[in-house]
Design a protein around this ligand. Structure first.
Ligand SMILES: Nc1ncnc2c1ncn2[C@@H]1O[C@H](COP(=O)(O)OP(=O)(O)O)[C@@H](O)[C@H]1O
Ligand SMILES: O=P(O)(O)OC[C@H](O)CO
Length: 493
């Protein structure tokens, strides 16, 4: 029996999982690492923390799985958009990684929009002019680290998203590569042609010498150093974490969609070969690239989902652990209809209002922890419906009715039932909820010749529970209408 190691390098922790060749999970290791907030709105990671947590969890997962040298392939999935720049000669980063959540380039994005650059950028990359993406963060580094641009031009510095940096470390500096899904999040990549875009690089003064080679999601990315796992192991699968979850959820047919509920929520709708241009301010992105063929997706990104539950725990201190929200919601007063708009760091898709902040509507003297818990869980459902409405507006062919869910918050039955109620469609939760790691393990396993293609993988996808909508249509629409008014009020303040 061969085994596959999936490395999932996320925003707050690194995880490693070993799967056998039938994709049964054998072991897990996880390590959190520090978040660095140098100023309000700035978020950084120390690249050495990313690397050491990946190396430690990878080794621990392999040890725990007791697989006796049968490791055949590695897959890497990662937090997307985060930028690392390092020296080709030494492998040393020239600065902390600038994380996807970092807002330091908001003014630069604003200036580019004022200068009329958004149509070019959106047309080529499918993305909006927002600090979320890598390009303006990379420009910031080249502008602020002394001598960086000249060194990059001489070929001394390399840029990568986290996957690319990890591959450089794993291979001992023998491969400077990335995959098409990660490249698609940089705002430097022409997603139609599948190449780095010279015009956008020119506009931002980014030397193209520092960009990695872009490969399919299932491809030979390089061999690890022999000392890491006792011999060289091939890295054969790479995808951004939301795209890996799309694969793990087997959303291979146009119209299929998944929504992942972690700290934030990211919904991807497979649009097949069609590169749908959003009129509703969603993102167009690459879902996966296999055999040189790109499959596209519409993506809605919400920055606060599970994080609203963390706020109940750490901010309001009305719960000790996330699971308590379910009991509270069940005991809440149905006559009160509290609405929480959790715009703690602004509003993401489809509004893109970085300056908005949150609000609570409908407070009475009887409003207490139970009503807050229910409103917090409901806010995640409402935000998802906003994304689905935008997807419907954008794509006439339209999403199939069912939404596949995963991520930590998908564990909450109450939340998933409300989600089904408010979107008015079934919500399917799979048996395997580690869809991100599963997706990239499948990609690597397929490239290794251990796993068959998408059709067979899709046939193996197993439902744990379907949540059917039960709410009366009139109640649903009245509640959603009230949410819409609350969001508009938040944007107006
Ligand atoms: N039973 C639950 N009910 C509601 N929210 C939950 C529950 N379990 C976990 N969460 C939320 O899910 C999030 C963790 O999910 P995870 O997929 O691990 O996130 P990430 O990968 O972004 O760190 C947390 O924000 C937590 O508040
Ligand atoms: O690390 P996660 O799971 O919060 O995912 C982050 C996303 O990739 C950001 O686009």
């Amino acid at each position: 029996m061969h085994h596959i190691l999936a490395i999932d390098q996320g925003t707050t922790s690194s995880r490693a999982m070993v799967f056998d060749e039938a994709l049964t999970l054998k072991s897990v290791a996880q390590e959190e690492f520090p978040q660095i907030y140098p100023r309000p709105g700035w978020v950084e990671h120390d690249p050495s923390d990313l690397w050491s947590s990946v190396a430690a969890t990878a080794r621990a997962a392999v040890e725990r799985a007791e697989i006796d040298g049968s490791l055949a392939a590695i897959g890497i999935t990662n937090q997307r958009e985060t930028v690392v720049v390092w020296e080709r000669a030494s492998g040393h980063p020239i600065h902390n990684a600038i994380v996807w959540q970092d807002r330091r380039t908001a003014d630069l994005c604003h200036a580019l929009a004022e200068a009329g650059q958004e149509p070019l950028i959106t047309g080529r990359t499918g993305l909006l002019l927002d600090p979320y993406f890598s390009a303006t963060k990379l420009k910031w580094l080249l502008d602020h680290v002394e001598g960086a641009r000249a060194r990059a031009r001489r070929g001394e510095l390399l840029f990568g998203t986290v996957d690319s940096y990890l591959i450089w470390k794993l291979t001992g500096g023998r491969a400077h590569v990335t995959d098409a899904t990660n490249a698609a999040r940089t705002m430097l990549f022409d997603i139609g042609r599948g190449t780095w875009d010279a015009e956008i690089c020119g506009l931002l003064d980014i030397p193209m010498e520092m960009l990695p080679e872009v490969k399919d999601c299932a491809a030979p990315f390089g061999m690890t150093r022999a000392d890491l796992f006792g011999r060289e192991i091939p890295i054969l699968g790479v995808a951004g974490d939301q795209q890996a979850a799309t694969c793990g959820q087997a959303c291979f047919r146009p119209g299929m969609m998944k929504s992942t509920y972690g700290t934030g929520c990211f919904a991807l709708l497979n649009t097949g070969e069609e590169r749908v241009t959003s009129r509703a301010r969603l993102l167009t992105t690459i879902a996966y690239q296999l055999g040189g063929k790109r499959t596209y997706a519409l993506e809605g990104s919400i920055f606060i989902a599970g994080a609203v539950v963390q706020w109940l725990r750490d901010g309001l201190k009305i719960i000790r652990e996330a699971g308590e929200t379910q009991g509270l919601a069940l005991s809440s007063d149905a006559a009160q209809d509290l609405v929480i708009v959790p715009a703690f760091t602004g509003l993401g898709a489809p509004w893109w209002k970085p300056e908005s902040r949150g609000a609570v509507f409908g407070l009475t003297r009887n409003s207490g922890p139970a009503e807050f818990a229910r409103a917090a869980l409901e806010s995640v459902g409402y935000q998802t419906r906003d994304l689905l409405e935008a997807m419907r507006a954008d794509w006439a062919a339209g999403a199939e009715g069912v939404l596949r869910v995963d991520g930590g918050m998908a564990a909450s039955d109450w939340s998933m039932q409300f989600l089904a109620d408010i979107i008015g469609a079934p919500v399917d939760r799979p048996v395997v909820r580690e869809t991100t790691a599963l997706g990239v393990a499948w990609l690597a396993g397929m490239q290794a010749g251990l796993r068959p293609g998408p059709e067979e993988f899709a046939a193996d996808w197993a439902l744990e529970r379907r949540f059917e909508p039960q709410m009366e249509a009139a109640v649903r629409e009245a509640k959603y209408d009230r949410w819409g008014r609350a969001v508009r009020a938040v944007m107006a303040v």
